[in-house]
Design a protein around this ligand. Structure first.
Ligand code: FBP
Length: 364
């Protein structure tokens, strides 16, 4: 039964804007353009093989590889194009950057340029597309540097290298059993569910708060031999459960779609770790700072959770490159702070801790 008393996303944004009498409405219009792109991607994802969008991109040409060295899925490329088409014409953007594009995307000359930069991961969790597991789109809005706004010049990589704390807005769309949008414009976090009949995002989860404590962690345990000692200690203690120093049992989850993990944690708490490890010394982490760690980090912090590199707050990290990778830990505040503390504490003495004995699950 349709609940007519719910706010739409448009209504929510207009009510938010009323708090800023001087606001032009450009920011709201940009958010609505981005969420229209998400609706279009939700439809392509939902059609699956029927829409011919499954599988690798350009298979006849041996596939295509993005700047990350990852094989691009058809939906990766399609989603990237949808984000560009839905946002570049509006006059709100000075430029954009994406996981699927080596360099920043310039706003074509026929369109006016605006005050904002859009950074996005058009389809997160790509490895799950062909197996029908939830995937999503992640976005972050930054203010363009004044020099860009004043001159109208083309954007360069350096314009995007702003710490997470300067984000104007961040969000993700989750393409799961329902399509949901999670959004922060810097005043808490709100969740919207796409009403497929109306084609509107309806406010269903106002003012989301992440529980400060949890008994659920998410990490790809197949990387355990590459983990640093503080992460091994943390996971081992979780696995030791009641019999160990934590004195309580923990459950584990790993969906391999970060956006789906973030959503679970927003809904019921938890902690997600894709830490820096020794697997590939040239990569100080698996996930990307600008369009994965920073937007999810802002959402977590705005919902009372915490986001960290494991050593320092994520929102304070000064980016050095567009596709920079970083170790990422986020979720329930007290758990993330414990992991940060373990990184500050000297390495634990091995003896006396059964799990760290020679028969430990995660031996060095
Ligand atoms: P992309 O799909 O955008 O490249 O994202 C990376 C990602 O899929 C995350 O969503 C997820 O948390 C992680 O990689 C899974 O990594 P792994 O394959 O090591 O489990």
């Amino acid at each position: 039964m349709l609940q007519t008393n719910r706010s739409t996303l448009t209504q929510f944004l207009i009510e938010e804007r009323r708090r800023f009498p001087g606001a032009t409405g450009d920011f709201n219009a940009l958010i609505l353009d981005v969420t229209l792109a998400c609706k279009a991607i939700a439809s392509a994802v939902a059609y699956g093989e029927l829409g011919g969008a499954m599988g690798n991109h350009a298979p006849d040409a041996g596939g295509s590889v993005n700047v990350q060295g990852e094989t691009q899925k058809k939906l990766d490329v399609l989603s990237n194009e949808v984000f560009i088409q839905r946002t570049e014409w509006s006059g709100h953007l000075a430029g954009m950057a994406s996981e699927e594009m080596d360099l920043p995307h310039q706003i074509p000359a026929q369109y006016p340029r605006g005050h904002y930069l859009l950074v996005f991961d058009p389809l997160d969790g790509s490895s799950n597309i062909d197996v029908n597991v939830s995937v999503g789109s992640i976005f972050s809005v930054l203010r363009a540097p004044q020099a860009v706004i004043d001159s109208g010049r083309d954007v360069v990589e350096a314009d995007f290298l702003q710490p997470g704390a300067t984000q104007m807005a961040a969000g993700y769309a989750l393409y799961g059993p329902t399509t949901m949008l999670i959004l922060t414009v810097g005043r808490g976090v709100n969740g919207f569910t796409l009403d497929p009949n109306l084609g509107e995002f309806m406010l269903t989860h106002p003012d989301i708060k992440v529980p400060p404590d949890t008994q659920e962690f998410a990490i790809n345990a197949s990387n355990s031999r590459f983990w640093e000692a503080p992460v091994k200690r943390y996971v081992d203690e979780c696995l030791a459960g009641k019999t160990g120093p934590r004195g309580k049992d923990f459950n584990m989850r790993w969906i391999a779609s970060m956006v789906a993990e973030a959503h679970r944690i927003l809904m019921r708490g938890g902690v997600f770790l894709y830490p820096r490890d020794t697997k590939d010394p040239s990569k100080p982490g698996r996930l990307r700072l600008l369009y994965e760690a920073n937007p999810v980090g802002m959402i977590m912090e705005q919902a009372g959770g915490r986001a960290s590199t494991g050593r320092e707050p994520m929102m304070g990290v000064l980016p050095t490159s567009l596709h920079q990778r970083i170790g990422l830990v986020f979720g329930s505040k007290n758990e993330v702070e414990r992991i940060e503390r373990y990184h500050r504490e000297p390495a634990q003495a091995k003896e006396g801790e059964p799990l760290f004995a020679s028969r430990s699950l995660f031996r060095d």
